[in-house]
Design a protein around this ligand. Structure first.
Ligand SMILES: [Cu+2]
Length: 302
């Protein structure tokens, strides 16, 4: 009883258990945690009970001679088989419960309906893919099917830093990697941690329930890089803002327009710089390779 009273407020605040509520995969991890915790409590109480009983029942008394007991075969087989059965049950429950971590569901009917089903995950590819790239000390998000930095499709794709915007009810698959050193992607309410490793791509997913997009501006989930990555690691935070589908489409269109406008502006400035350089330098000493203004600034980072 006291135990239940002590645990009740803690469980509500997700202080002892993994955070949940933001995505089905986070909920599965949380449920599994409590199942295993429950079994562990039963085993603990059982073992401690037998121990305390034995200590008090068989404690040394003046003049008493302890019974000379050899091994009890039935008891030994019992606790060996019992422990093995508990382990097999827990392993089975774990595989059933966490299956969705590798096999995400399709987006729900209220989510963003995507025509492209070329993705490996989920079953029929009804998901939104976002490339997550860890950089000292900020997260970059590229809203793109193909996360290969060398892919031509990646050029000009909409991107954002620090805050990822996603539509609710939609399965969001993530391709996670890092540009410089190892980082770790972690938004506790949206599921477990995933390493961001240079040269290697990790995959995870989440799906924020539709109710979180009801209020304008949506709901923000906070996270933190979970791998010590350098002196500014503590400030490497991340946010995921889940908004309604129309709000997401509006945001993405605005993002694309802003990037396009910046590219046009950049190209105009480069042309202006090149023109003024050409005018001020003798033609034979003009070396484009030595001039930082010649760099193609429109190429986004991988
Ligand atoms: Cu870090």
């Amino acid at each position: 009883m006291t135990g239940a009273l002590l645990l009740a407020p803690v469980a509500g605040a997700d202080l002892l258990s993994p955070e949940s509520g933001g995505s089905p995969n986070a909920d599965d991890i949380d449920t599994l945690y409590w199942i295993i915790f429950g079994v562990a409590v039963v085993v603990f109480v059982g073992v401690e009970g037998v121990l305390l009983y034995s200590v008090f029942k068989f404690k040394a008394r003046k003049g008493a001679v302890p019974a000379q007991i050899r091994g009890n075969t039935r008891l030994e087989i019992g606790w060996t088989v019992g422990a093995a059965v508990i382990l097999v049950i827990l392993a089975t429950v774990t595989f059933i419960k966490l299956d969705a971590i590798r096999n995400p569901p399709n987006s729900s009917a209220s989510g963003l309906q995507l025509a492209d089903t070329s993705r490996r995950l989920p079953p029929s590819g009804k998901s939104l893919n976002i490339c997550v790239n860890g950089q000292q000390y900020i997260w970059r998000f590229t809203y793109q099917e193909n996360c290969d930095p060398k892919s031509a499709k990646n050029l000009g794709a909409p991107f954002s830093y620090e805050e990822m915007v996603v539509p609710v009810g939609t399965t969001v698959t993530l391709d996670i990697n890092a540009q410089d050193v190892a980082h770790s992607w972690w938004i506790p309410k949206l599921g477990g941690k995933f390493d961001a490793i240079p040269g290697y791509t990790n995959h995870t997913w989440f799906q924020v329930p539709t109710k979180f997009g009801d209020k304008p501006g949506g709901t923000v989930f906070f996270g933190q890089c979970a791998e010590l990555c350098g002196r500014n690691h503590a400030n490497m935070t991340a946010r995921v803002r889940a908004v309604s589908v129309p709000e997401y489409q509006k945001w993405l269109a605005l993002r694309k327009a802003n990037i396009k406008a910046a590219e046009v502006q950049g190209a105009a400035q480069r042309k202006k710089l090149n023109d003024s350089n050409a005018n001020s330098q003798p033609a034979d000493s003009a070396d484009p390779g030595q001039n930082p203004a010649q760099e193609d600034l429109s190429t986004p980072q991988p």
